[in-house]
Write a protein that binds this ligand. Structure first.
Ligand code: F0G
Length: 366
């Protein structure tokens, strides 16, 4: 029976690999594009969620990591390093394990979720909690890779964006063409850059490394709408933020590495990058779990928060096809589900071991 072979094998003709490449993969990609019925009803559009939490380590990072780790192995690397708000470290740790090489990760002390921390540790990464934020961690990781024998697997490594662009390919392959709008969270800005690369490559003749020129797959590219957390919105402000702050720890970033690519994606697509508040992010997080049946981590809901906000402003034309990337799984950072909108703890109801008590607790009448 056919099994999805991971993004490198599925899209080999559009990636910098050959038949001889030793592929490091955990079967990433091929994630579901889920029709969001309630967001569609709200906006009068056809809204779909690209559910990236369904990747092997629970986030979109796996698409880039299969390429970065494959490149590291091809270069003879014995060790890799990354800075991370959590998901990149979880992914790097898993793929390094599969590759049989050492992985060091630098994370901001106290600012990564328990799920992500446990993944990196479970996969045997050398995890260092740095007294600083993500931007400080990335700075050190880059310097480490320049001066020591370790291979950098952050998205400043172009292999990462090559892998991540496959998500745009999958959207087009599923819908039959590019959507009108593509919305997503923006942190270090690698992912929006990668999607734009994927969409533009699919809309034009493509000079493949080993397969000649490939015909365009889509007739158009989408308008890209990116959303940052208000307290960590350098691209919206137009300058780096030195003390980024948001409950969406995955996107708590003040100086995105792919700044210029993200601005190009925004401007070339006729799109925008705007901010959403933590409250709007948590409202969207609740909307996704309680109405659409899709459980994500808070940062992953920023694109949905953006749609709801732009709709409220009257800026979402009806009848459009809209794709929103939800970037990571809810189990990464589950604590947010156990609070009400007012911040009160939610406690499960306890009952006696007795059918009448259970029926009463459920409000059932016999
Ligand atoms: N959503 C999630 C769940 C993330 O983990 C990240 C980035 C983003 C969105 C933003 O993507 O950086 O490409 O703009 N996480 C990185 C990490 C920084 O270290 O895991 P981006």
């Amino acid at each position: 029976a056919h099994q999805w072979r991971g993004v490198i094998r599925e899209y080999a003709e559009r990636l910098p690999v050959t038949d001889a490449t030793e592929v490091i993969t955990l079967g990433e990609g091929g994630t579901p594009l889920v029709y969001a019925r309630h967001l569609s009803e709200l906006t009068g559009c056809s809204v779909h969620l690209k559910v990236e939490g369904m990747n092997p380590t629970g986030s979109f990072k796996d698409r880039g990591m299969t390429m970065a780790m494959t490149a590291a192995v091809a270069a003879g690397a014995k060790a890799v390093v990354c800075a991370s708000t959590g998901n990149t470290s979880a992914s790097a740790a898993a793929y390094a394990t599969q590759a049989g090489i050492t992985c060091a990760v630098l994370v901001p002390d106290g600012k990564i979720s328990m799920g992500k921390l446990s993944q990196a540790i479970a996969h045997g990464a050398q995890l260092l909690q740095v007294d600083g934020n993500f931007d400080n961690c990335l700075d050190v990781a880059r310097k480490l890779a320049e001066s020591y024998p370790v291979f950098l697997v952050n998205s400043v490594n172009p292999a990462r964006l090559e892998g991540q662009k496959t998500a745009a390919f999958e959207v087009v392959d599923t819908l039959g063409d590019a959507p009108d709008y593509h919305l997503m969270p923006v942190g270090n800005a690698g992912n929006i850059s990668a999607y734009w690369k994927g969409y533009t490559e699919y809309a034009a003749p493509y000079a493949s490394m080993h397969h000649g020129e490939l015909a365009p797959v889509s007739t158009r590219t989408p308008i890209m709408w990116g959303f940052q957390a208000e307290g960590a919105s350098p691209l919206v402000k137009g300058h780096p933020v030195t003390e980024p702050d948001t409950i969406a720890t995955a996107i708590r970033i003040g100086n995105p590495a792919s700044w210029d690519f993200a601005v190009a994606a925004r401007d070339e697509s006729g799109g925008l990058i705007e901010a959403v508040s933590d409250e709007e992010i948590l409202d969207a997080h609740r909307w996704l779990s309680a109405r659409e049946g899709v459980f994500v981590e808070p940062a992953s809901a920023a694109g949905v928060a953006g749609l709801i906000k732009k709709h409220a402003e009257g800026k979402v034309p009806t009848g459009k096809t809209i794709v929103i990337t939800v970037t990571g799984h809810g189990l990464k950072d589950p604590q947010w589900a156990l609070r009400t909108a007012d911040g009160a703890d939610i406690q499960p109801t306890k009952v006696e071991f007795d059918v009448v008590s259970v029926a009463a607790a459920l409000g059932l009448e016999g």
